[in-house]
Design a protein. Structure first.
Length: 316
C-alpha cells in the first residue's frame, strides 16, 4: 500500500507542481515585459510537458530506461486514444485545422525518426542531441509563423484560455514558482520509486508501468485542457494541444533524457507498442487531412480501443 500511496502523492505533486510552475513563470515573464509570443510558444508549451520530462529524466538517471521510453510512447498513444476521445463524448471535435498542416507533417517525421532510434537502441546522446535540435527547428519555424500571421492579443488569449487565471502580485508569483520547483522533482522521484516497486509486485517490467499508469497520469493535464476546449467548442485548442504535446514528448523529453543518460527500449516496445504509436499518429494525421469530425460514436470507439489496449498490456 505504501508504494501506491507514494505513486498517488507523486502524481499529485507532478500535476499541480507543473501547473503552479507554468502559471508562476508566465506571470513573471509578463512582469518582465517578455513578449507574449515568446511566452506562448516556449513557457506554456514546454511547461505543460514538465511532468513527462521529470519522470523520464528521473527514470533514466535511476537506471530505468524502459520506463522513460514507455512513458513517452504510452503518453503519445494516450493523447490520441484518450485525450481526444473523452472530449469527443461531450462535444464533436472537427479535425480540419489548416493551420496544423506543418505540425502534423513534422509529427509524422519525428515519430518515424524516433522509431528508427528505438529499433537501433540504445538511444545515444547523439540521438538525443538530434532530437533536441529538431525541437529547436520546430520552435523557430512556429515562432516565425506566429509572428507573421498572429498578433500578440491572439496568442495571449490562447494561452490564457489554456492555463487559466494567472497571479499578479509579486509574492503570489514567487510562491507558485518556488512550490512548483520543489514539487516537480519530488513528485517525479516518488513516482519512479513507487513505479519500480509496483512493477516488482505485479511481476511486470518498468516499461509496462511507464506505458500504462504513468503515461495516463502524466497525460491528465492535456486531458483537462482538451475537456475545456470541448466545453467551449474550441477544436483548434483540442487538436493543437495533442499534436504539440506529442511533438514535445519525442523531441524535447526523449531528446533531453537521452542527452542525460543513453536509454534502451525492451522487446515489447520494439515488437508492438511503437507500432501502436505509429498507427494512432497516422490516424490523427489522416482524420485531420480528410477533415473528419470526432463525434460521440467515434470517440467511444477510440476510448474502448484504448481500454482494450491497456487491458491487453496488463493481463496478456
Amino acid at each position: 500500500m505504501v508504494s501506491y500511496l507514494m505513486f498517488i502523492v507523486g502524481l499529485f505533486l507532478l500535476l499541480f507542481g507543473g501547473d503552479w510552475l507554468v502559471k508562476g513563470s508566465i506571470a513573471l515573464a509578463e512582469k518582465l515585459d517578455i513578449p507574449t509570443l515568446i511566452i506562448g510558444i516556449t513557457i506554456v508549451a514546454l511547461g505543460t510537458s514538465a511532468p513527462e520530462l521529470l519522470i523520464s529524466l528521473q527514470a533514466a538517471l535511476s537506471g530505468f530506461g524502459g520506463l522513460a521510453v514507455g512513458n513517452v510512447v504510452g503518453s503519445n498513444i494516450a493523447n490520441i486514444l484518450m485525450v481526444l476521445a473523452v472530449p469527443a463524448l461531450i462535444s464533436p471535435i472537427s479535425c480540419k485545422e489548416k493551420n496544423l498542416s506543418f505540425s502534423l507533417f513534422f509529427l509524422a517525421l519525428v515519430t518515424i525518426f524516433f522509431m528508427i532510434q528505438i529499433y537501433f537502441s540504445p538511444i545515444s546522446r547523439l540521438d538525443g542531441i538530434l532530437l533536441f535540435i529538431s525541437l529547436a527547428v520546430f520552435l523557430s519555424i512556429q515562432f516565425y509563423k506566429m509572428k507573421t500571421h498572429q498578433n500578440d492579443k491572439d496568442i495571449e488569449y490562447f494561452y490564457r484560455e489554456e492555463i487559466g487565471r494567472i497571479p499578479t502580485s509579486g509574492w503570489a508569483v514567487a510562491k507558485l514558482i518556488i512550490i512548483g520547483m520543489i514539487a516537480l522533482p519530488l513528485g517525479s522521484h516518488l513516482m519512479v520509486d513507487a513505479a519500480s516497486d509496483i512493477a516488482k509486485q505485479w511481476n511486470v517490467s518498468e516499461t509496462i508501468i511507464g506505458i500504462t499508469i504513468i503515461a495516463i497520469g502524466t497525460s491528465l493535464p492535456e486531458l483537462m485542457t482538451s475537456l475545456m476546449a470541448a466545453r467551449y467548442k474550441n477544436a483548434s485548442v483540442a487538436i493543437g494541444n495533442v499534436v504539440g504535446s506529442n511533438i514535445f514528448n519525442i523531441t524535447g523529453i526523449m531528446g533531453l533524457t537521452a542527452i542525460m543518460a543513453p536509454i534502451s527500449a525492451d522487446n515489447r516496445i520494439l515488437s508492438f507498442d511503437m507500432w501502436v504509436m505509429l498507427a494512432t499518429t497516422l490516424f490523427l494525421i489522416t482524420t485531420s487531412v480528410l477533415g473528419f469530425v470526432l463525434e460521440r460514436r467515434l470517440g467511444a470507439i477510440l476510448l474502448v480501443s484504448y481500454c482494450f489496449y491497456i487491458a491487453g498490456i496488463i493481463f496478456l
